[in-house]
Design a protein around this ligand. Structure first.
Ligand code: ZN
Length: 341
């Protein structure tokens, strides 16, 4: 069984490493690499473009407080360099025959059926887009098909939620007028708009724009009261709008113990899946690993361990049709409707 995943950070991991990305992807390191993908049946997913504040991953692992301050804003010219460099990394991986960039569900299916890794380009935080939105069209031309307006940083489009515990995502204002213009242009271009990291008001702004609500990598707040997780009302709205939510494996978003200690288990993942299904409905839930961007549960240390997650689904009582929907079927059906093809 092969998995299509809602979110990973392998491109920014390779960019932060700063050396030959093709050689590095061929080595057995990180959460996603060539050998681990083959071993675990990782068939592809949304590959995020992301501009870190420094050339290293955002480190929240030591933070256990109420609300970590938002990182400083980044101007669009500064953000554009890492984003374009990560597009370049994907093209190099493509030229080496390691990953195939896709722009439609049928592309993805074909790559997955032939044993490849399918990459759908996603922009996590739209800092790099200029006020005239011309960079958006340029990135669309390079194959960008999904965009989250904000990561956890103030932007001209809106504000992300800070990392925080024991509070919900109602931490600040929604999308700005420019942010609403941005998502309208994404809709015109036929792109997915992602609500992960948005404030609750921003989530409502996207619902008000009539777009399907998608949270590529977010969990159920009832089980882990972290700002980035979704209330049952938000999960219901995702189901009602024909959207999708992807299970985030990050230990800190899975359970209270995960937040406190940074440790979590596959059982925590299954409890979260139950809650996501209860809220959004079984046709609107998939996976959204956060591979290469987050600390992972025991027993799921890279994409090579995906069979252990699937075995845990079986042991939990999920039947094969439901497992098929969660591991790839729902994402592919959603993308066929959202992107055409
Ligand atoms: Zn993220």
């Amino acid at each position: 069984m092969r998995v299509f995943d809602g979110h990973n950070d392998v491109l920014s991991r390779l960019w932060c490493a700063g050396d030959d990305p093709v050689r590095r992807f061929a080595r057995n390191e990180g959460h996603i690499n060539q050998a681990a993908a083959k071993a675990g049946g990782f068939g592809g997913g949304f590959f995020a473009l992301y501009a870190p504040s420094a050339r290293r991953p955002y480190d929240f692992r030591g933070f256990r407080g109420h609300a970590m301050p938002l990182p400083a804003p980044m101007d669009h010219a500064t953000a554009l360099v890492p984003v374009m460099a990560q597009v370049g990394i994907l093209r190099q991986l493509g030229a080496a025959g390691m990953v195939t960039q896709c722009i439609s569900a049928s592309d993805i299916r074909q790559v997955m059926d032939t044993g490849g890794i399918a990459a759908l380009l996603h922009l996590e935080g739209a800092e790099c887009i200029d006020p005239d939105l011309l960079v958006l069209d340029a990135l669309h031309g390079l194959g960008l098909r999904s965009l989250g307006p904000v990561w956890s940083r103030p932007t001209p489009w809106g504000e992300g939620v800070p990392f925080g515990y024991d509070r919900d995502g109602d931490t600040g204002p929604g999308l700005t007028a420019d942010g609403k213009r941005l998502i309208a242009r994404c809709a015109d271009l036929g792109m997915v708009v992602d609500t992960s990291h948005l404030t609750m008001k921003g989530f409502e702004d996207i619902a008000a724009a009539g777009l399907p609500l998608v949270a590529t990598h977010s969990n159920a707040w009832d089980l882990a009261p972290v700002t980035r997780n979704l209330t049952q009302a938000q999960l219901r709205a995702i189901g009602e709008t024909g959207g999708m939510v992807g299970l985030n494996y990050a230990t800190v978003f899975l359970s209270p113990e995960g937040w406190r200690s940074g440790r979590a288990t596959l059982e925590d993942c299954l409890r979260q899946l139950d809650a996501l299904i209860e809220g959004a409905g079984e046709d609107h839930v998939g996976l959204g690993s956060d591979f290469d961007g987050a600390p992972l549960p025991d027993g799921l240390q890279s994409c090579a361990d995906l069979p252990a997650l699937i075995a845990a689904m079986r042991a939990h009582g999920y039947g094969e049709p439901l497992i098929g929907k969660l591991t790839s079927g729902n994402w592919l059906r959603f993308l066929r409707d959202a992107l055409g093809g």
